[in-house]
Design a protein around this ligand. Structure first.
Ligand SMILES: Nc1ncnc2c1ncn2[C@@H]1O[C@H](COP(=O)(O)OP(=O)(O)OP(=O)(O)O)[C@@H](O)[C@H]1O
Ligand SMILES: [Mg+2]
Length: 371
């Protein structure tokens, strides 16, 4: 998949902005605050049907009533399709060609985009929830129905927690059989999630270590699933039941479900060092990039290669790693942003890269062709 053109009208800092992307490599260069991330945000909106940061309505340019983003995408086969997303006082409307879409789910997946932003450092260094969300997103790309199972699991979890809370407060005397029923449901759904997460990791892990090695030029990056459930056995269902049984007393004391997919985490290691706590900033950035590249590879293995967008592409990377990043993006249409003009131009010259540079100056986009 590739994005041919992108138009922003009253979108965040942009009154009007139009870009015609290069089929392979496009680089947006501009100072801090010049609107680079806003451009990627608009692309994200066209692909996922929601903004990357904050609420949709926050993306309307201050002082304006309505904003719109239009994109033309072209598939590998050459078919072009236009998407328009409009944000206004009546909310959001999305159009594919001329047809109005019912909701985001109709759009998601049609124009695959993998976006790496500076927030991705939190996948490596932030709370377990960030890593769970990342893995859930990958699993939902690979397994149809995963998101539905996840939603059902969360609903079941809320019900079960409500009962446990009553019990913890001493009011749940008559709820023992209800608890058993919710536990059974939780186990069924939890097992399905665990199995698909583990399978997703089996595919993601090798890609992650390969991309990390390519980016860094060495180092073994590995990812492992962390759980109070013993996930090294075939019978995950029995393992989950056992873990729940072990913590049953504690659960009733604390009034919540203490084991299961909602409590799990990923360990990310380089040469045995836990990146979550001890990695350098550059190592964490490289791992975050490698995770996104691995995600892009998995998406490509299921269908169209996604568009790859990397915000602040070269920050936290030394020159060698920055050059290696450029080398790793072949195979995807790639859109990079950078606030470091001189350095970016040197990197591009060193690689004799073909592509297009968009230079933002005074709220205008100037386009240059790289020889
Ligand atoms: N709804 C909005 N209306 C007008 N301006 C907005 C809106 N939302 C964000 N902005 C402005 O957009 C600007 C930030 O743009 P953006 O984040 O794209 O910059 P950037 O080029 O990515 O900068 P950096 O290099 O620091 O990452 C900010 O100055 C912010 O005030
Ligand atoms: Mg930015």
């Amino acid at each position: 998949m590739r994005v041919v053109t992108l138009h922003l009208t009253n979108y965040r800092s942009w009154k009007e902005c139009g870009l015609a992307f290069h089929p392979q490599l496009s680089i947006v260069i501009g100072e801090n605050g010049s609107g680079k991330t806003n451009i990627l945000d608009a692309l994200y909106l066209a692909s996922y049907g929601r903004t990357l940061r904050g609420r949709d309505e926050d993306a309307i340019r201050w002082g304006e009533r309505e904003s719109s983003v239009r994109a033309i995408f072209r598939s590998e086969g050459g078919a072009e399709r236009a998407v328009q997303v409009t944000l206004g006082p009546e909310g959001k409307s999305m159009f594919l060609g001329g047809r109005r879409l019912e909701g985001r789910t109709e759009l998601v997946g049609l124009f695959p985009l993998v976006l790496s932003s500076s927030d991705d450092l939190d996948i490596v260094r932030g709370d377990p929830e960030r890593r769970r969300n990342f893995l859930d997103a990958v699993a939902s790309l690979l397994y149809r129905g995963y998101l539905d199972t996840l939603r059902e699991y969360k609903r079941t979890l809320r019900q079960r927690n409500r009962i446990l809370l009553e019990m913890a407060l001493g009011r749940g005397g008559s709820m023992v059989s209800a608890l058993a029923a919710w536990t059974e449901r939780l186990v069924v759904l939890g097992e399905a999630l665990l199995r698909k997460r583990l399978r997703s990791l089996e595919e993601l892990g090798p890609q992650l270590s390969e991309y990390y090695r390519e980016l860094v030029g060495g180092g073994r990056c590995a990812v492992r699933y962390l759980s109070r459930v013993d996930v090294d056995v075939d019978d995950l269902r029995a393992a989950l039941e056992k873990a729940l049984a072990v913590s049953a007393v504690e659960e009733r004391e604390r009034g919540m479900t203490l084991v299961g997919p909602h409590r799990d985490d990923l360990a990310l290691e380089v040469d045995g060092t836990d990146l979550r706590k001890f990695g350098s900033r550059g190592q964490a950035r490289a791992a975050a990039l490698a995770l996104r590249l691995a995600e892009a590879k998995l998406v490509a293995s299921r269908g169209e290669p996604p568009i790859l967008a990397v915000d602040d592409a070269f920050s936290d990377l030394d020159d060698r790693r920055a050059e290696r990043l450029l080398a790793q993006t072949t195979g995807f249409q790639t859109i990079l942003t950078s606030a470091e003009e001189a350095r970016t131009r040197e990197l591009l010259a060193a690689r004799a890269a073909h592509g297009r540079v968009f230079r933002i100056r005074e709220n205008q986009v100037m386009e240059e062709v790289l020889a």
